[in-house]
Design a binder for this molecule. Sequence first.
Ligand SMILES: *Cc1c(COP(=O)(O)O)cnc(C)c1O
Length: 360
Amino acid sequence: MSRVYNFSAGPAVLPEEVLREAAEEMMDYRGCGMSVMEMSHRSKVFDEIIKEAEADLRDLMNIPDNYKVLFLQGGASQQFAAIPMNLMKNRKAGYIITGQWAKKAYQEAKIYGEAVELASSADKTFSYIPDCSDLPITEDMDYVYICENNTIYGTKFKELPDTKGKDLVADVSSCFLSEPVDVSRYAVIYGGVQKNIGPAGVVIAIIREDLITDDVLPGTPTMLKYKTQADNDSLYNTPPCYGIYICGKVFKWLKKMGGLEVMKQKNEEKAKILYDFLDESKMFKGTVASKDRSLMNVPFVTGNDELDAKFVKEAKAAGFENLKGHRSVGGMRASIYNAMPKEGVEKLVAFMKEFEEKNR
Ligand SMILES: *Cc1c(COP(=O)(O)O)cnc(C)c1O
């Protein structure tokens, strides 16, 4: 068996310990004679899996009792519609446009009501987080929406925007469980798990209870109504059982690692290794404002497309996979999620140094 260092933005690297455990349990989950993939979502065994996953997540994130945790399908992209359908009582909401995912959410919301662009960093290819200390938020807005970590551009909100008392909705797909958060500052926190938690197919939404009502936009599908999912403990229909099972294992792994405070330290350490090198290199350059740098997604360029391509190719041959930047921005991007070991980042930087010397 040989494993590469996988810098994919998503689906992404998972802890080896979790994969090994899942492999061991593949044919016979804890003596029940079948795989988790094969069992009823209404069985007692699966009930324990999903309940334990929720309890561990609540523990890790310190989720207050007045928040529901939902395990959903449809990807983060499905939530771009579900959020306005469930929350746009006045049919008006503010969006902060910090990249492609925020923009997609904003465009989707426009189908259902008035989505207002409160701020944007499109003027500089989303290479920074705009000042959000005094946004043009109006009294009739139902919520303010952000994409907290911009997977493609590599920026992160280091401070939450001043929402002037309005509910904050955040897509945290690519920074989920990378550091502690104060859940009570959000109305909805949600994300696809395939970036920093588990396999594609599961979305976790953490929603303040008072927002889960029958008062949704006309035409909202039953499945997209948060109340349907909440009333049925995410088991209204068949949930993505195997994905939830793997997420549960990752939660246990995170707890064993010491929790989110420890993960934050580790992530800061890993990111520093790469950013410090980018700051001193004469060939490789980071592409975003230093103050807004993401701990999870690190885009960089040489300034020469041919050299970029050569780097990606040689890195791949050396066992560093998926370093090509997003098709919309080019260059390179190293995603260094929770499950990427520090050693992977150190080795990548050593490889980059060597490449720089050879190609000067
Ligand atoms: C990947 C990503 C999405 C899209 O996720 P899907 O599950 O493919 O719909 C949305 N938002 C962010 C921040 C992402 O990184």
